[in-house]
Design a protein around this ligand. Structure first.
Ligand SMILES: Nc1ncnc2c1ncn2[C@@H]1O[C@H](COP(=O)(O)OP(=O)(O)O)[C@@H](O)[C@H]1O
Ligand SMILES: [Mg+2]
Length: 263
């Protein structure tokens, strides 16, 4: 991250209650505060159920907070803004009846981009994610890793400043995940996007991030935010990366345990 970093996203006193049934509310997030700088790779990590997706959905404007607010460039988010943020989820992102090319074009199609421009952009981003040669394949002809590459190409083709990623590689095996992490670093550097990346993988967090926000479990709060001052390109097996993993694990293990015991 540059020294003269400029704040892009501000999360202020964000609290989210869900109706838990029997009239008992669930506090999924409580008083969450942080900000993300322009062009930063910012990761949110925490055990399953701690509120990561809730937080990302609120940032995306897909849901409303119970209190608090999210600001982007000082402007409050209260609905999805596809010109500003693209979102990528763990799975189920592609239409099985569309080819890779037509899946990538889809987001541009609903934005009303002309056919010629759609095609040019889609082909560009398909190449960027390493899927050239697979334009005419259907999702069920692709491996899990390739499907996520296609989903990434679709998110990138929208050319938003912000990319939100909710455990995008979570369903993949470790090697594929590592490979896609490497590619994501390259793409992030090339496209200069601001990325908020949700994961429960210590390796992914330590390898990819400028900063890592560790969440506490039930209710989800900010437990700690780590700076990861490791030069890129990073070696996923280096002592520096392992040191960060150990620090986060130390922070997170009690949370993970409390979730396993049912909070
Ligand atoms: N729509 C919903 N209605 C009720 N409870 C929900 C809803 N979405 C999430 N929750 C609850 O909020 C908590 C946080 O969920 P979530 O944000 O999905 O966590 P994570 O992504 O970290 O696994 C969990 O206890 C979950 O059961
Ligand atoms: Mg989730």
């Amino acid at each position: 991250m540059e020294v003269m970093s400029k704040t892009l996203i501000e999360v202020r006193n964000l609290t989210k209650l869900y109706n838990g049934g029997l009239g008992k509310p669930i506090t999924a997030l409580q008083d969450v505060n942080f900000s993300v700088a322009k062009e930063e790779f910012f990761t949110i990590i925490g055990p399953s159920g701690c509120g990561k997706s809730t937080l990302l959905n609120l940032i995306a404007g897909l849901d409303k907070p119970s209190s608090g607010e999210v600001l982007v460039n000082g402007v409050k988010i209260n609905k999805p803004n596809p010109q500003l943020m693209a979102i990528m989820f763990q799975e189920h992102a592609l239409y099985n009846w569309r080819t890779v090319l037509r899946n990538v074009e889809f987001g541009l199609e609903i934005r009303g981009v002309s056919k010629a421009e759609r095609r040019t952009k889609a082909l560009h981003y398909i190449r960027l994610v390493g899927l050239q040669g697979f334009e005419d394949k259907y999702p069920n002809q692709l491996s899990g890793g390739m499907k996520q590459r296609a989903a990434l190409a679709r998110a990138l083709s929208l050319e938003t400043d912000i990319l939100l990623m909710d455990e995008p590689f979570g369903a993949l095996d470790e090697q594929t995940r590592l490979l896609l992490g490497l590619e994501l670093t390259r793409i992030w550097q090339e496209t200069k996007k601001t990325i908020i990346f949700v994961t429960h993988s210590l390796s992914e967090a330590a390898f990819l991030s400028d900063r890592i926000l560790v969440m506490s479990a039930r209710p989800g709060r900010v437990k700690r935010i780590y700076n990861v001052d490791i030069r890129r390109p990073r070696d996923p097996n280096s002592d520096e990366v392992n040191h960060i993993k150990a620090l986060i694990w130390n922070e997170i293990k009690d949370e993970a345990l409390s979730m396993m015991k049912g909070g």
